[in-house]
Design a protein around this ligand. Structure first.
Ligand code: NAI
Length: 286
């Protein structure tokens, strides 16, 4: 991978995060292949990308949505990642699914210099690194939602990642106009280790009937200058993802503050996943 010019980037998963990562990479001039699991999801992913890029064009942030879209291919065949220099995995937050995928990527991506990165919010990178034949080239590159807007990226080497991989990843992230911070390989890294217990406390407060969702969120917006309250934020993250991240943190630290409250579990079981399904703590126009 060249440090200064365009890179062949791969992204796996074209949901909320994968589409955002593909968008920022293509906006910075990289050639991007995104893999989805089936044609219906690939179409949904393309629609998501197109809508976001058209919004960016309408706001004058990019000269042409069409030019950026021309650098992105959304496909359903994993083998199309063979020639990639850097692949970012952004599939569901599920350890078994991610380890299966890293085994597959290891077999498919041909260049020995290629970097295999995960956008996981909470799964230790080592669990993904050790299923590959190239743990020195595996690390976490963790973006924040919405990817085109938020500047932060957590860079997470495992104990086995080599320094060159970290340096090249930082260069890539900075080239996207993002600001990397270094984290150690512990569930939740820096931001989610602090943010998830806060969101879970807000859900417990709401669950206990102590205050309404609106008042909890207004409290934090007006009283602590947060851009949005914790329950609105959980709806934005996705309640399934919020619960999955909490479970990884609980698994790692076995501390009560990370345990998902029953209401969160019930809402996920009911399919009330937040913005992406139109209803969570609030309702949304889909
Ligand atoms: P999502 O549910 O919106 O998207 C996941 C996508 O992956 C789906 O479109 C699904 O069809 C696809 N997928 C699943 N298995 C696949 C496979 N084997 N091959 C190809 N595609 C596959 O989830 P979201 O929110 O985009 O999260 C993805 C990852 O990013 C998770 O690891 C999550 O923890 C992490 N993340 C999420 C953030 C958020 O705010 N939602 C923030 C930062 C990281």
């Amino acid at each position: 991978m060249n440090h200064t010019s365009a890179t062949n980037v791969g992204v796996v998963g074209c949901g909320l995060m994968g589409a955002g990562i593909a968008e920022v990479a293509a906006r910075s001039g990289h050639d991007v292949v995104v893999v989805e699991s089936d044609e219906a999801r690939a179409t949904a992913g393309r629609d998501r990308l197109e809508a976001s890029l058209q919004r960016a064009e309408a706001k004058g942030k990019i000269p042409s949505a069409a030019d950026v879209l021309a650098r992105i291919r959304v496909v359903t065949v994993m083998e199309e990642l063979a020639d990639r220099d850097l692949v970012v995995e952004a599939i569901v937050e599920d350890e078994a699914a991610k380890t299966a995928l890293f085994r597959q990527l290891d077999a498919i991506v041909t260049s020995p210099d290629a970097i295999l990165a995960s956008n996981t919010s909470s799964i230790p990178i080592m669990k993904l690194a050790v299923v590959t034949s190239r743990p020195t080239h595996v690390l976490g590159i963790h973006f924040f939602n919405p990817v085109p807007v938020l500047k932060l990226v957590e860079i997470v080497p495992s104990l086995l990642t080599d320094r060159e991989t970290v340096a090249r990843s930082r260069t890539f992230v900075e080239g996207l106009g993002k600001e990397p911070i270094d984290c150690q390989d512990r569930a939740g890294f820096v931001v989610n280790a602090l943010l998830i217990p806060f969101i879970l406390s807000a859900i417990r407060m709401f669950e206990s009937g102590f205050a309404t969702a609106e008042d909890i969120d207004r409290g934090l917006v007006l009283g602590a200058a947060h851009p949005q309250g914790p329950l609105a934020l959980a709806d934005l993250i996705g309640l399934d993802t919020t619960k999955a991240v909490a479970e990884s943190l609980y698994e790692e630290f076995k501390e009560q503050l990370y345990a998902p409250p029953p209401l969160l579990a019930r809402m996920v079981e009911a399919g009330l996943l937040g913005r992406k399904t139109g209803r969570g703590f609030y309702t949304y126009d889909k």
